[in-house]
Design a binder for this molecule. Structure first.
Ligand SMILES: C[S@@+](CC[C@H](N)C(=O)[O-])C[C@H]1O[C@@H](n2cnc3c(N)ncnc32)[C@H](O)[C@@H]1O
Length: 248
């Protein structure tokens, strides 16, 4: 290729590169604008829901603090929270029923949120000092710390259960009760969690999990544990079922 032809070629390439750069900047700017728009919309929806809840509280003379906090957390991280409102009393009681209050050892709760299941466990006779609460969300941790000062609160990722509890538990757990939105995680992670939980529990102790989905959140066919399910609890919003797994 002659020198002038090479220069023309170079200039053409440079022009293409500048055009590409320009397009990239425009796309980045558009994406940024969309994200800001989405965040503004999300915040407005959050504020509207809070306003409605406050109005409702004033009219009915009740307090919806937990619900409002829950909704706010759900708007920020929908997949992590997994539910728009805390569990109702019926579901919380149904979960607590699977824990024998006369058993020995700690009772571990994963994802206690604002504490409806924790409350049901205490009401069912589990001493708060036996509770080990593993919660990710700092706002929920503050609530739990104030409500259950005798319980052991671990602010961390429940999917790292072994690392979090291995040295903390002085004896095998009598039960693990989970409100985690398990179905949002890959099967591999769910199985690792339940295996880690079984290693921290006494033989035959229950791993209690609720879910809104129709099927068991842990595949029955993989074996190694027994599976039991409650009736669907229609009085919960949305209706839910409690699944109980025990290591065979
Ligand atoms: C569906 S809510 C259930 C809350 C409460 N147990 C109830 O029944 O209302 C799920 C809870 O799990 C917590 N969570 C989600 N992922 C977690 C994780 N990896 N480690 C610890 N907590 C987690 C959320 O912050 C939330 O409090």
């Amino acid at each position: 290729m002659s020198l002038p032809a090479l220069r023309t070629f170079e200039q053409r390439i440079e022009r293409q590169l500048r055009l590409l750069e320009l397009r990239k900047t425009i796309i980045e700017r558009n994406i940024g604008r969309q994200i800001r728009l989405f965040e503004r919309k999300r915040d407005n929806i959050g504020k509207k829901i809070e306003e409605q809840a406050r109005l409702f509280e004033r009219k009915r003379g009740i307090r919806l603090d937990d619900e409002v906090r829950f909704i706010r957390s759900w708007l920020e991280r929908p997949l992590t929270i997994g539910a728009v409102t805390p569990s109702g009393k019926m579901l919380a009681r149904a979960m607590a029923r699977y824990v024998d209050p006369r058993s020995n050892g700690p009772v571990v709760e994963l994802g206690p949120g604002t504490g409806p299941v924790t409350e049901a466990l205490v009401q069912a006779g589990v001493a708060p000092s036996r509770l080990v609460l593993v919660e990710f969300n700092p706002a929920f941790c503050r609530i739990l710390r104030a409500r259950y000062p005798e319980a052991t609160l671990v602010q961390g990722d429940a999917y790292s259960l072994r690392r979090l509890l291995e040295t903390l538990l002085l004896q095998p757990a009598a039960a693990v009760v989970s409100g985690l939105p398990l179905v949002t995680k890959p099967i591999r992670m769910r199985l690792r969690l339940i295996r880690d939980a079984f290693d921290l529990m006494m033989p035959g102790a229950p791993f209690v999990q609720f879910t809104y989905s129709v099927a068991s959140p842990l595949p029955r066919r993989l074996g190694g544990f027994s599976v039991e399910a409650s009736e669907r609890i229609w009085m919960n919003i949305p209706p839910a079922r409690v699944w109980v797994y025990r290591k065979i």
